[in-house]
Design a binder for this molecule. Structure first.
Ligand SMILES: Nc1ncnc2c1ncn2[C@@H]1O[C@H](COP(=O)(O)OP(=O)(O)OP(=O)(O)O)[C@@H](O)[C@H]1O
Length: 361
């Protein structure tokens, strides 16, 4: 576990976080601009000192105010990747990668990292001739080659334009899948978090609001204020149980006895997280016949929540042991006279589930 129990006064904002993060996979730190995300990762890496509290990675105490322990950044075994790559301009890519490596590096590690980040062809080049995405790959490689026990990434995609973001994301996914190294990943993009994270900590105005496995945090009503109506969604873990190659469709089992079709051809047995946009879910009292919609699922109406729009409500639909949210108009709610606990049918358009809504796990 990475145990964080700290406070720090930041101007008018009091940063106050008491959380445990897993020591595997990617833990996202999410929040608005100015929430305290960077201050928190700086505390983890030893670049900022908390006023009170403790930070412990496994059985190593990195900071303890009471015991006056405060390991220096280089003693903590943490690698840093910032928004901007911060490469040394006068060193080649190879020189940058070798900077900060341990005196007795793990054999084969250099080649593994170079391969993982696709840096083979860049080794002799200099930072001035690299694209933003290439520079970030070198910065990530340099951080990994210090052989850290924890990798801290502070919005590594933030300074890149959309095509570069798309180019770098698969490398980050590979890192997340292949490295046995905990990664703390700061982001204000739920799209990025969906693709990369297993765990999520949400900070608002310095205070921790949510912390837990991605699906449970995603499902929390407390996350709603961060999502516009278009962004509201449910996250379901799912296994591919059937495919129709001729139509490039795959069926994912999302809950006990419930499966949905998506318009992507995915590997059988593959494990995915699928995001279902609440605006793409509608409800019917009776099972529709002869419909073009591929996904018609029996669900139970568990709650009717107000939204920040006077025209819409959010329906919490129990699908086996999972939850799917649907946004419908108040008009439809009144006309259908839906009752809590009632069984209805949820319709989800298969074509509404794009590649960006699927993340392999
Ligand atoms: N050393 C400091 N002294 C005073 N105020 C600070 C200090 N460091 C940060 N702050 C303030 O604390 C708040 C949190 O800053 P921080 O950079 O951690 O937020 P953030 O969530 O990373 O924001 P962004 O997403 O914009 O990078 C901000 O209001 C910032 O102005």
């Amino acid at each position: 576990m990475l145990t964080i129990d700290v406070t720090k006064q930041l101007g008018d904002t009091l940063l106050q976080v008491n959380a445990e993060l897993p020591t595997y996979g990617v833990s996202a730190i999410f929040g608005r601009s100015g929430a305290g995300k960077t201050s928190l990762v700086n505390i983890l890496g030893g670049l900022a000192t908390p006023d009170t509290g403790r930070v412990q990675l496994g059985d190593r105490v990195l900071f303890d105010a009471c015991r006056r322990i405060n390991l220096r950044p280089e003693q903590r075994g943490t690698g840093f990747v910032f928004q901007d790559a911060r490469l040394f301009p006068h060193y080649s890519v190879s020189g940058n990668l070798n900077y900060g490596r341990p005196r007795h590096p793990t054999q084969g590690n250099f080649d593994t990292v170079v391969e993982l980040l696709g840096l083979e062809k860049l080794l002799k080049r200099y930072p001035a001739g690299l694209s933003g995405g290439e520079k970030q790959r070198v910065a990530i490689g340099r951080a990994l080659l210090t052989e850290p026990e924890l990798l801290l990434m502070d919005e590594p995609l933030a300074s890149l334009d959309l095509p570069r973001k798309k180019e770098l994301l698969p490398y980050l996914q590979r890192l997340a899948d292949e490295l046995k190294l905990p990664i703390v990943y700061v982001s204000h993009s739920l799209d990025e978090i969906l693709q990369l994270a297993d765990h999520m900590l949400v900070i608002d105005n310095g205070s921790m609001v949510l912390n837990g496995p991605l699906e449970s945090v995603w499902d929390s009503p407390l996350l709603r204020p961060w999502q516009s109506a278009q962004e509201q969604s449910s996250l379901l873990s799912a296994k591919v149980v059937n495919t129709l190659p001729a139509y490039e469709m795959s069926q994912l089992a999302v809950a006990d006895g419930a499966a949905i079709w998506v318009n992507q051809l995915l590997p059988l047995e593959g494990q995915f997280r699928v995001r279902v946009h609440s605006n793409q879910v509608s409800v019917c009292r009776e099972r529709p016949e002869a419909t073009s919609i591929r996904n018609v699922l029996p669900v139970k109406l568990a709650a009717i929540d107000a939204t920040d729009s006077s025209q819409h409500v959010s329906l919490k639909l129990q699908l086996g042991n999972k939850v799917v949210w649907a946004n419908i108009t108040r008009w439809a709610l009144d006309e259908l006279q839906l009752q809590l606990g009632e069984q209805v049918f949820a319709q989800i358009k298969g074509v509404s589930l794009s590649a960006a809504d699927l993340a392999s796990v």
